[in-house]
Design a protein. Structure first.
Length: 84
Protein backbone atom coordinates (compact mmCIF):
# COMPACT_ATOMS: atom_id res chain seq x y z
CA UNK A 1 0.00 0.00 0.00
CA UNK A 2 1.40 3.40 -0.92
CA UNK A 3 1.61 6.32 1.50
CA UNK A 4 -1.34 8.16 -0.04
CA UNK A 5 -3.65 5.11 0.18
CA UNK A 6 -2.55 4.49 3.77
CA UNK A 7 -3.29 8.13 4.66
CA UNK A 8 -6.74 7.96 3.06
CA UNK A 9 -7.55 4.71 4.91
CA UNK A 10 -6.42 6.27 8.20
CA UNK A 11 -8.46 9.44 7.56
CA UNK A 12 -11.57 7.43 6.69
CA UNK A 13 -11.24 5.34 9.83
CA UNK A 14 -11.38 8.56 11.85
CA UNK A 15 -14.46 9.87 10.02
CA UNK A 16 -16.27 6.72 8.89
CA UNK A 17 -18.93 6.95 11.61
CA UNK A 18 -19.87 10.59 10.88
CA UNK A 19 -23.37 10.94 9.40
CA UNK A 20 -23.90 13.17 6.36
CA UNK A 21 -26.96 14.15 4.36
CA UNK A 22 -27.18 12.93 0.76
CA UNK A 23 -30.07 14.39 -1.28
CA UNK A 24 -31.12 13.46 -4.81
CA UNK A 25 -32.33 16.63 -6.53
CA UNK A 26 -34.54 15.86 -9.51
CA UNK A 27 -35.89 19.28 -10.39
CA UNK A 28 -37.52 22.41 -9.12
CA UNK A 29 -40.39 24.76 -9.80
CA UNK A 30 -41.55 28.19 -8.75
CA UNK A 31 -44.86 28.77 -7.01
CA UNK A 32 -46.54 31.80 -5.57
CA UNK A 33 -47.30 31.70 -1.88
CA UNK A 34 -51.00 31.40 -2.75
CA UNK A 35 -50.27 28.36 -4.98
CA UNK A 36 -48.14 26.81 -2.25
CA UNK A 37 -50.81 27.16 0.42
CA UNK A 38 -53.49 25.93 -2.00
CA UNK A 39 -51.78 22.54 -2.48
CA UNK A 40 -53.84 19.58 -1.35
CA UNK A 41 -53.36 15.84 -1.20
CA UNK A 42 -53.29 14.27 -4.69
CA UNK A 43 -52.32 17.58 -6.41
CA UNK A 44 -49.49 17.40 -8.94
CA UNK A 45 -46.55 19.79 -8.92
CA UNK A 46 -44.81 19.94 -12.30
CA UNK A 47 -41.02 20.23 -12.14
CA UNK A 48 -38.87 22.03 -14.69
CA UNK A 49 -37.08 18.82 -15.77
CA UNK A 50 -37.96 16.14 -18.29
CA UNK A 51 -38.57 12.55 -17.21
CA UNK A 52 -35.10 11.45 -18.33
CA UNK A 53 -33.21 14.42 -16.82
CA UNK A 54 -30.07 13.82 -14.78
CA UNK A 55 -30.33 13.71 -11.01
CA UNK A 56 -27.89 15.76 -8.94
CA UNK A 57 -26.63 14.22 -5.70
CA UNK A 58 -26.00 16.83 -3.02
CA UNK A 59 -23.79 16.03 -0.02
CA UNK A 60 -24.64 18.44 2.79
CA UNK A 61 -25.97 20.83 0.13
CA UNK A 62 -23.01 20.60 -2.26
CA UNK A 63 -23.16 18.78 -5.62
CA UNK A 64 -20.93 15.68 -5.59
CA UNK A 65 -22.32 13.53 -8.42
CA UNK A 66 -24.85 13.24 -11.23
CA UNK A 67 -26.81 10.22 -12.25
CA UNK A 68 -30.03 8.77 -13.59
CA UNK A 69 -33.08 7.49 -11.76
CA UNK A 70 -33.51 3.71 -11.75
CA UNK A 71 -36.07 1.37 -10.21
CA UNK A 72 -34.64 -0.99 -7.59
CA UNK A 73 -37.42 -3.44 -6.71
CA UNK A 74 -40.13 -1.15 -5.27
CA UNK A 75 -37.78 1.77 -4.53
CA UNK A 76 -36.01 4.47 -6.53
CA UNK A 77 -32.25 4.61 -6.85
CA UNK A 78 -29.64 6.69 -8.65
CA UNK A 79 -27.10 5.18 -11.04
CA UNK A 80 -24.07 7.47 -10.82
CA UNK A 81 -22.82 8.65 -14.20
CA UNK A 82 -20.45 11.43 -13.16
CA UNK A 83 -18.56 12.39 -10.00
CA UNK A 84 -17.93 16.05 -9.28
Amino acid sequence: MNTTAATIDKDLSLLGHVKVSLVAEIGSTELTVDELFSLRSQDLVTLNESVDAEVTLLLNGRPVARGELVAVEDKLGVRITELA
